[in-house]
Design a protein around this ligand. Sequence first.
Ligand code: SF4
Length: 346
Amino acid sequence: MKFFSSRLIAWQRTHGRHGLPWQGADAYRVWLSEIMLQQTQVATVIPYFQRFVISFPNIDALAAATEEQVLAHWSGLGYYARGRNLHKAAQIIAEKYHGEFPREFAQILELPGIGRSTAAAICALAYHQHRAILDGNVKRVLARYCGVEGWTGEKRVEEKLWQQAEALLPLHDVAIYTQALMDMGATVCVRSKPKCVLCPAQADCIALQTERTAELPTPRPRKTVPERYATFLLLMHGNDILLEKRPGSGIWGGLWCPPQFDDEEASRDWFVRNRMDASEGERLETFTHTFTHFKLHITPLKIQLARKPLHAAQPGSVWLDVEEALQAAIPMPVRTVLQELTRRMG
Ligand code: SF4
């Protein structure tokens, strides 16, 4: 890791991005660019940045504008909270610092919409202060270069990356070094297929040496899908089955389903409430239906009735021959159950 920063600085001078409208500008413009560049590409940001600084050439002008005017200039950039925070921060700066962008890291960090890395970027780029940055691109570069495993959104991993970022920081040319890291992340050490042959850090990059450039940074862990359970009560009278229309909202909204319960016990309470004989039912095999956000394990409980209960003639419930029910608006798991019933009737 020796000379990492000097290699990056030399690379930035010849291969980095130059002539961006906020480079070498005052803290206001650096701040504005940093906020606009969050979640947005440089090419998209440039025309927005230019229009913005024409309309609001300084912090006082921005603070004096209405929120509507600011958001109209932001329109199309997305993530409008950024525009609103920018406006709020300008008003704070106008009032508290007489329109002069503060120079202290802690003062900058207090402003709305500015996190640790953005505050550090403003300090490094506008004031040449000795501050390390760690935005999304830099996390990727450092996770690869230093071989840091683990999802970078995890506190423990992020802390490790901050330590690396601080350790690699040069004593001089911090602004160029900061720009180099940003440029490297945007143009060379890109998300997929990094261009390692063009990289100033290739000689001692751990991911490259250990052939893990595709594995690092470790992707966000897949969320485990919650598991839920349901009992379908298959009330049968001859070949007829009772179906109920589901409420319009929620899963299977407006479709026809057998009465559904969280478990068998709850289905038996239903029997008691409806003054029906909770005779022994036949438990069919449990099967699983997968939704995008959860898995539903369904156990159908089949109960053959000697006569149709009166309550079931209510609106919203219907007795249908199983074959007929298969033609109705039913969700896939109900179809599976009905098909199993016709197979058994066979
Ligand atoms: S050598 Fe490749 S993986 Fe390593 S920092 Fe450079 S571009 Fe990224």
